[in-house]
Each structure stands twice: as structure tokens, then as C-alpha cells.
Design a protein. Structure first.
Length: 371
């Protein structure tokens, strides 16, 4: 049953909304999360779960990279804390990523990454020692041991259970239709009734444009759809995630592998096409010649929430104090969930947030870009 008032209402029960709820509940705030469908079943459930703080960065070493690295590092303690509070194992899997290289030209692209002290170049011989089943024409690999992976569904549910243990409430099948400014507080109109809150956080993934419009926000979030295959093999075959040109094979802690993922701009469908599956199989075979022996366990598709500059929106509504936005995490929502939850917590508690982060992720940053 909904109460009449909450201190904070979080809209959206994906990894971002659940992380925010977790960090706020730990501060003993009175929180409700409103989820239109079932918790964690939208984009979050389609993710491979790579914490790719290094592998996903090819520019922006000044702001995005340290933010991503801090979030990746937060998982090291979080995995224990979440297990203690929820009893759920988030499937944190060490091993890291081998970014495979097939030509000298490709190797050049990694010069920036090899400057990071934990990242190492491995020649063909070393790569094959680590992963004997790898395809034979590989030249070498950039090895990133820090870019581990987790199970997104479990992580989301571990956040929820831990937040519940600290008093947070979650309401499924409860779409939010409207937010009305009541001069200091907000009236949140949901499928299950109306509630009042001092703070409202939109963690709506790609699905919040109607609320953005209603709240007078000029920006929109658009989808980059990604399809993946969930496969298994009679042997544990790989110790490391293999990565090449945006595609990957991720060995998971539940015995399965994820082969991902396609990148389809502005595609709002949730289906997996034969064309997409064919693309993924070809990519997997390039990295692992025996990939044809995988058994297909399932397919999945999700919509990466994407902003105009592919960086998230994390900040306060430019004109309505008390409304916060946390969306647009694109390819990195699982990685960035802890740092995003902490940042929204700090905004709400009035704690200091580094100005370079506030500036980089503010909603109205497009107007501040000097051309
Ligand atoms: C194929 C694929 C692979 C990926 N791999 C990785 C990876 O390896 N590592 C990584 O870090 N990231 C990865 N990502 C990205 C990651 O999945 C997303 O960035 C992340 O899941 C976004 O989380 P979210 O909570 O913002 O969105 P969602 O999970 O979509 O959650 C938003 C929720 O808000 C709810 N909602 C929206 N509007 C309302 C409303 N009005 N009322 C109530 N509820 C509402 C929705 O129902 C939804 O459940 C991948 C994505 C895809 C598609």
C-alpha cells in the first residue's frame, strides 16, 4: 500500500533507480520506488554486466574516466555489503578483458589505454597461453584486468533487498503519469494513487521522455538497441572476456556466456532479428574459432538510454529544485550505478559534489557548450 507522503520518490526500477534507492535508504531516508512494470526487466536485464571503466573509454580522461573508475572500484566493497544485507551474490567475476588486436593499425588505437598502469600489452604467444581456444590469427591483446563483470539481474535485486532492509518500499506495475509542483513539494500521480514527496528522482532509462516533456525539459533520451545471445558450452572455455570492435564474449559466474551486442540507433523495438544473431555469431567466430559449438540458451534485446553526447544526465532539474534526473547511461549503466547512486544521494543530502561532475552531467549542458 502506498503511503500518502515519502521524503523521496524514485521513478524507475532499473539498476539506476535501485542503486539510488539503496544509497538513500542507507541514510535512513523514507523512499518509494515506482516501477511501471516489473523491477529490473527493461534495459538492465539485457546488459552483459561488464564493468568496463577502461574498455569503454576512448576520450574524456578528465571527467568520465575517473567517475567510471570510482564506480568500478565501489563494486569491490559493494559486493560484500550487498551480500551481507540481501543474501544475493551479484556474480562478481574476476579475469578482466582481453581486447583482441588483429593488425598493427588496430594496435595503434590502444596507445592511450596502454598508458594506464594496470593495462598491459600481451603478444600472440601470451594471449594463447591465457586463452588456448582463441582464434589463431590474433596479433595480441590489450589486457585490462580491472574490467571484471557482474550479473545485472542479481545486482539489481541485491540493491532492492538491501534497500528494503533499510526501509525502502518498491511498487511494481505502478507507472507514474504526472508530477505536479505544489510549491515546495511534488504530487506524484501513479497508477496506484497519488503521493507527495519532497524529492523526486527520474531514473526512467530510455522510457521517460513523456515526463521530461511534462517537466519542461528540452532534452530527450533516445535508444541504441542492443541484441545479444545467451550461450553455454560443456567446458568453461574462457577465463577472460574477449572484446573486439565493440563486440564481446563474456564468461559469466552462472556458467553461461553472453555474446553481444548489436548497436541499432533509434530502434525502439525489443525483438532479436536473424540479421542481428548472424552478425553476433560471425563476431564470436572471429574471436573464438570454436564458437560454433556453443549452445544457444536464449536471446535478449534492450534499449541503451542515450543522450546527445553519450554521457549521462545526472543532476537537478534546471528550474525545479527537488527534481533530479539520473538517466542516459548508454552502454555503461551497470558500471555507473554505484557512482550515480552516490551522486544523487549527495545532491539530496546537500553534500558537496565535485563541480567537474556537476558540470559534465548537468541536464542543460548543451546550452553551455561554446561553439
Ligand atoms: C545489449 C546491452 C548490453 C549492455 N551491456 C552493458 C554492460 O556490459 N555494462 C554496463 O555497464 N552496461 C551495459 N548496458 C547498458 C545498461 O544496460 C544500461 O545503461 C542500464 O541498464 C540503464 O539502466 P536504467 O535503470 O537507466 O534503465 P532501465 O533498466 O530501462 O530501467 C528504467 C526503468 O524505469 C521504468 N520507468 C520508466 N518510466 C516510468 C514511469 N513513468 N513510471 C514508472 N516506471 C517507469 C521502466 O519500466 C524501467 O524498468 C548494456 C545495454 C544493452 C542493451
Amino acid at each position: 500500500m502506498l503511503k500518502k507522503t515519502y521524503e523521496t520518490v524514485v521513478i524507475g526500477g532499473g539498476i539506476i533507480g535501485c542503486s539510488i534507492a539503496y544509497y538513500l535508504a542507507k541514510e535512513k531516508m523514507d523512499i518509494a520506488v515506482m516501477e511501471a512494470g516489473k523491477i529490473g526487466t527493461k534495459t538492465t536485464s539485457a546488459a552483459a554486466g561488464i564493468l568496463g571503466a577502461h574498455s569503454e573509454i576512448n576520450d574524456d580522461f578528465s571527467v568520465f574516466y575517473p567517475f567510471a573508475k570510482a564506480s568500478q572500484a565501489a563494486y569491490i566493497e559493494l559486493k560484500e555489503a550487498l551480500y551481507e544485507q540481501s543474501g544475493i551474490d551479484i556474480g562478481y567475476r574476476e579475469g578482466g578483458i582481453l581486447k583482441l588486436v588483429y593488425s598493427q593499425a588496430e594496435k595503434q588505437n590502444f596507445n592511450y589505454l596502454l598508458k594506464q598502469h594496470t593495462v598491459e600489452w600481451l603478444d600472440e604467444h601470451r594471449v594463447k597461453e591465457l586463452e588456448p581456444s582463441i582464434s589463431s590469427n590474433v596479433l595480441g591483446a590489450t589486457y585490462i584486468p580491472d574490467d571484471v563483470n557482474v550479473l545485472p539481474d542479481q545486482t539489481c535485486h541485491a540493491f532492492i533487498k538491501s534497500a528494503q532492509a533499510n526501509g525502502a518500499s518498491f511498487f511494481e506495475n505502478n507507472q507514474v503519469f504526472e508530477i505536479v509542483n505544489k510549491g515546495g513539494n511534488y504530487l506524484v500521480k501513479t497508477a496506484q494513487g497519488e503521493v507527495e514527496a519532497k524529492y523526486v528522482v527520474l531514473a526512467t532509462g530510455v522510457y521517460g521522455n513523456n515526463l521530461f516533456h511534462q517537466l519542461g525539459l528540452a532534452e530527450r533520451v533516445s535508444p541504441v538497441k542492443g541484441e545479444s545471445l545467451i550461450v553455454s558450452h560443456e567446458q568453461q572455455l574462457l577465463k577472460h572476456t574477449l572484446f573486439h570492435n565493440g563486440s564481446y564474449i563474456v564468461p559469466r559466474n552462472n556458467g553461461k556466456f553472453i555474446i553481444g551486442a548489436t548497436m541499432m540507433e533509434n530502434d525502439w523495438s525489443h525483438t532479436v532479428s536473424l540479421k542481428g544473431a548472424d552478425f553476433l555469431i560471425k563476431k564470436a567466430k572471429k574471436m573464438l574459432s570454436s564458437a560454433g559449438k556453443f549452445t544457444i540458451e536464449g536471446v535478449t534485446a534492450g534499449l541503451r538510454p542515450t543522450t546527445f553526447d553519450r554521457r549521462p544526465f545526472i543532476g537537478v532539474h534546471p528550474e525545479q529544485e527537488g527534481i533530479f534526473i539520473a538517466t542516459g547511461h548508454y552502454r555503461n549503466g551497470i558500471l555507473l550505478a554505484p557512482a550515480t547512486g552516490q551522486m544523487i544521494r549527495d545532491f539530496i543530502l546537500g553534500k558537496e559534489v565535485e563541480s567537474k561532475l556537476t558540470e559534465a552531467f548537468r541536464l542543460d549542458r548543451r546550452q553551455h557548450i561554446i561553439v
